[in-house]
Design a protein around this ligand. Structure first.
Ligand code: DAH
Length: 346
């Protein structure tokens, strides 16, 4: 009896390593503990054993059963490991970059900005940059915008608390810091650093206290242009902007100047574009930018002799142009990072 049990356990242990799938495992188990199994046959003999030997025999049977179950558990665990591995697939190195990571697209505002900059670069403008945190001097005073001017109103400008310090934003005197309301401040920083002739373009972020709606955002983008040289005339400005409109919107684009007022240019104009082939524009005139001839007071503030030099300046909103060029009817789409919107500009 003992011999037979021992033989069964050994056989079970011997065969266990060869089981490679669930089907094999079931057949393997059945050959021992199934209705026709060798272990089942031995267990059935319990009834035929003389009474006094039964407890001893029962104990042996139970021990053997535990041993068999241990073998089954081992096989089961090994099979589970194999099944899990099959499910997971080959080993991966999680530190490697994903092979199918989607490549992003250039944001539509950046695309239009690059196109605009490209047009002006071709005719000799270079890109200049200035800080987004400005001071009142660069944003207003030097641009001939006096303290009582409504543009400085606390209502529409973000001022920094008096105690704030920005080591990378130079001040003129003791004036306050603010988030720049326009990129025109870069005109001043550039003219204080460099001598004419100057031909710069300055794209960047600007800030105004505003309630967000389909056409307003408290944070938006502008491109500033400035050309200073001897003998620059209004006709140069008009010619440049005509060229710009046609390059950007197509040869049928038209430009209209309307007299306007800006403190830093004289004369000043608002500029409208029309482009019948663009659905969003149609026959309408759409206001695109402000411009004019640099006011002599601005030249004096930066130490350029207005008797020798003249110049033109312009400033335009990038969102407005992107909305026209791409037919977008709500400015907020640009800031929501919704891929359904962004993917259309791939
Ligand atoms: N700074 C003006 C604005 O934010 C735009 C502007 C108008 C810029 C006339 C200029 C200019 O350079 O000459 O609305």
């Amino acid at each position: 009896m003992d011999e037979q049990l021992k033989e069964i356990i050994e056989r079970a242990r011997g065969q266990a390593g060869e089981i490679a799938n669930r089907g094999g495992f079931e057949a393997f188990k059945a050959s021992f503990v199934g209705p026709q199994g060798s272990f089942t046959a031995l267990r059935k003999q319990l009834g035929t054993i003389p009474k006094e030997q039964r407890p001893e025999y029962g104990k042996r049977i139970n021990e053997a059963k535990d041993q068999l179950e241990a073998v089954f558990a081992e096989v089961n665990e090994r099979l589970e490991g194999m099944e899990l591995a099959a499910l997971i697939g080959p080993a991966v190195d999680p530190t490697l970059p994903s092979p199918d990571r989607p490549v992003g697209t250039v944001h539509p505002l950046t695309q239009i900005l690059e196109r605009i900059v490209g047009i002006f670069e071709k005719v000799g403008f270079t890109v200049a940059s200035g800080p987004e945190v400005e001071t009142e001097f660069f944003c207003f005073d030097a641009l001939n915008t006096p303290p009582e001017h409504p543009a400085r109103d606390l209502q529409d400008t973000y001022y920094m608390p008096d105690s704030t310090r920005f080591s990378n934003v130079s001040k003129h005197g003791e004036e306050r810091y603010l988030l720049r309301t326009h990129t025109s401040s870069v005109q001043i920083r550039t003219m204080l650093k460099e001598k004419p002739p100057l031909r710069i373009l300055s794209p960047g972020r600007t800030f105004r206290r505003d309630t967000a709606d389909a056409t307003h955002s408290a944070n938006f983008h502008q491109i500033e242009g400035l050309y200073v040289d001897k003998g620059v005339k209004v006709t140069d400005l008009k010619a440049m902007l005509d060229h710009f409109a046609r390059e950007l919107l197509g040869k049928d684009a038209k430009v209209r100047f309307r007299p306007h007022f800006f403190p830093y240019t004289e004369p000043s104009f608002e500029v409208d574009f029309s482009a019948e082939h663009l659905g969003k524009v149609g026959k309408k005139w759409i206001e695109i930018m402000g411009c004019g001839m640099v006011d002599p007071a601005v030249f004096e503030a930066v130490g350029i002799d207005p008797e020798v030099y003249t110049g033109y300046a312009f400033g335009m909103g990038i969102e407005r142009i992107a909305m026209i060029a791409y037919g977008v009817d709500d400015i907020r789409y640009f800031y929501q990072n919704d891929q359904r919107f962004l993917n259309q500009f791939a």
